[in-house]
Design a protein around this ligand. Sequence first.
Ligand code: ADP
Ligand code: GLC
Length: 465
Amino acid sequence: MKVLLLVTEAVPYVKVGGLGDVAGALPQALRRAGAEVRVIMPRYGLLDPQALGLRQVRGNFPVTMDWRREECQLWEDPRTGMWFLENQYFFGSRHLVYGNGDEVEQFVLFCRAALEACQLEGWVPDVVHGHDWPAAAAIRLHWAAPGRAGLVFTVHNLAHQGAQRPDGWPLLGVYDGRGAMNLMQQALFCADLITTVSPTYAREIQTPELGFGLDGQLRERADRLVGILNGLDLESWDPSTDQALPARYGPGELSGKRICKQALQREMGLPVEEVPLIGVVSRLDFQKGIDLLVGGLEEILETTSAQVVVLGSGEQGLEDALRRASAANPTRIAAWLGFSAPLSRRIYAGADLFLMPSLFEPCGLSQMIAMRYGTLPVARATGGLVDTIVDCARPEGFGYLFGPYQREAMLEALGRALVDYTDSESWDAARNRAMLADFSWDRAARSYLEVYSRALAYAGHPAAS
Ligand code: ADP
Ligand code: GLC
């Protein structure tokens, strides 16, 4: 079965958040499960073809979008088979992945060009699998093609939909569209199957609270909606081999984690003391509950001895609040505002607790990484956090969940964790359970293959029989 994956970020090339992790690991797992997979993403200006050793597969080919005619090129990484779609104006000249102001035009062009490139290369997919709104136009555009492929669309985050003014329709070749064009909505309508990245989030997006205006449409298509929990790239995220760490460790052998903690305290300018260390690695976005963290810092300082380390970037107001808190309490709070993959690894390893008070969380990879590094999560019970964390209220638990989106609830869960922290024997046992939790991709890959087969059948595709 030939599967085309359209993504806008992928490890090891470029990563903004968890989609990059998923797009790096899922194709490999699908290949292990027997699928023939092609992944395509834009060649942004920040990706240097020479440094990456890319080779051009196809020179200029025209792609039409409304009144535009854009020249595109196709590149390939011969080591991984990854395809890169190039267009100088929309991608080559841009150094940001998202937030360019004309993202809807950018990514519709990407989708058009990706489908065109497959045709030109004679690589005809059985399944087209789009990830999040930037790939939604591919589902909508291919839907009308004769003898089309099965169409699968994965929602990684319903909060971002590629909504556009009413004059966006011509980008899809529609000249009598009514209302505002919304790319996510189009894909949810056209996909043979819709998946999202955890079973709990699959239920949540069918409610008005987390449906972001599309819950009604999702309820209507509930029989075509499947929640498949993301996995983790267990090779990349492994504290026993991670070269970014000052010492390595694994389940049953935690002494290296102590060295990681002390090194992290030193690196972040905190006193090297035997106090609980709370880590946060996050986009600073309303989704992530950082306002609860900021609101709770004072009480954490007053009522506990814990230190807090934050790595993140995003909303200016949240960055400023964290900067101020750290400047006012330099021995207790350290904030590194930016994106750093190596530092994130040292935080996952060096912290005792990982705080993730998300307002909503489609899946969340950070808590899985933290657990793999023996760092117990304190997280809000939402989306994939519910599906991956077992609360220490149960004997087999390895984390702490809280329900209401309230500072008090977060502090209560943190309080429970800090009490448990003082009993080193049972704490180590919980850390070992966290490290041994099964987050492999192979289970998810098998579920995607089932979804692909169902999509082929719905599409009436010959490869289905
Ligand atoms: P989301 O995709 O919503 O941001 P996830 O938990 O699924 O949330 O994935 C976030 C990924 O991005 C994790 O791999 C995390 O380590 C990484 N990440 C987030 N912020 C930063 C940062 N400032 N520096 C380095 N890595 C980060
Ligand atoms: C989105 C979600 C996150 C999820 C990631 C990968 O960015 O916010 O919860 O883990 O996609 O699916």
